[in-house]
Structure formats: structure tokens, C-alpha cells
Design a protein around this ligand. Sequence first.
Ligand SMILES: [Zn+2]
Ligand SMILES: [Zn+2]
Length: 258
Amino acid sequence: MFDSFLNWLEGASWLNATILLFLLNIMILVSCILIGNKLVIWFYKRPVASIITTRPSEVGLAVLSVILNTSVTLLGFYLWKNDVIVLSTSFGLLDWLDIVVLLLIMDFLMYVFHRFAHMKKLYPFIHQTHHSFEDPRPITLFALNPLENLGFGLLWIVVLCIYPASWIGIAGYLFLNVVYGLIAHLGVEPFPSWWVKHPLSKWISTSTYHTQHHHQENYNFGFYTVIWDRLFKTMSPHYPSHFAKKLPDRDTKVESNR
Ligand SMILES: [Zn+2]
Ligand SMILES: [Zn+2]
């Protein structure tokens, strides 16, 4: 069944592919907002940011992100049809393991990309837009400067051109990427308190972790894990001591190295 879907996809016209990928990206945006807002209500007793209403500029940027993400996916589609991106269609153990491999590769590359985005000369042009929303909420995940949005998308395409991943690895990675992006921008903490103490889960990022980055811009650059911040000593001194809490005083905001 999966093979027949791939055969259909390979022969699909550009119009059909564009409609399919556009609808897919709209579905991702709408489900993130619906599920995210439900989670905000469920975990309202554990705020890590001020709970505020959606800002109109976020809606505009989110709509733009759907168009940009569709364009990047279409580029991937073109490269796949022309055998530049080659993907395994089997479901063996190594193919499933690709989920972890892709998460670790992208986690490191996005950490590096994020550090560059905070450099004085680049920050106003690619990353300041996202940081203009100090208190994140689910839609903030999509509120990115178009250049940053395309930058992340192209980074992902380059990885796929170099690393021969499996379809299941890509699907699993993309699913977890959206889940993690959403958790990071809830503004409330859904993970239990033991999360940051357990020897395994403490390495995985949380909502508190990324919200602290929105509040203290020169800490917590990591996305899925806290590995690189620990290694390069950029983890906030308030993490994990202020897990599932707001920072003691927002005035303690450390001067950015911008
Ligand atoms: Zn953010
Ligand atoms: Zn940042």
C-alpha cells in the first residue's frame, strides 16, 4: 500500500503535489493550534510564561510559514523525483533508527544555526522577529522571519541530500519535530517534575527550557536536547532549578551578547 502511494506520488503532477503539500502544511498548523491551546488549558497551573492572547502579527507570519514550508517541501519533492534525494522504503530496525539519527543530526545543526542567528550582524535580519514574541504560545512556533523559516527548511533539505534516510525515519523525525516545536512554545510546562531528574529524560528539552531562551536570549539554544548547551556551556543557570516555573524576576534578563 505504501509502495503504491509512492508510485502515485512519483507520477503526480506539480499541481496535485502542490495542493497535497499545501493542505498537509495547513493541517499541521491547524492541529498545532488546536492541540496546543488544549494543552495550555490543561496545564494552566504550571505557567512558564505570561499567558496572553494571540498577536495579529503572529497570525500573518504563521500563514506565510505555511506557504514557505510548502515551497521547501516542493523543492524536496523535485529533488526526490530527480534522484538527488534517495530514500529507503523498507521498515527494518535501521530504518526506524533513522528517527534518532535525524533528530541528533538536526539538533546539532540547528544549535549551530541558532548560535549564528544570534550574532549581532545576523540577528536583526533573521531571528529578531521570533524573539519579538517574548511570551510564547502555540502559534509562536510558526512566527518566524521568512529568511529563518527558509534557512531551517533548506538545512533539512541539505541533510536529506547527503544522508540517505528512510521514509519511516523522515516521517518520524518530522512528526517529533512538530511535537517538540509545539511543546517548546506552549507557555506552560506539560512534563512532570521528575523529567529533569531522570538520568535519561533530563537530556531532552522541555517547554521551560525554550521559554527561558525567549526570556534570556543568550542561554538555551538547543531544540530537542540540552546536550549542546551543556557541552558548550550555554545552559541557563536557572535550568533546571526553575523547571515548570517562571523566572524569579524577568528583570534579571542577562545582557545578550548581541
Ligand atoms: Zn521560540
Ligand atoms: Zn533565539
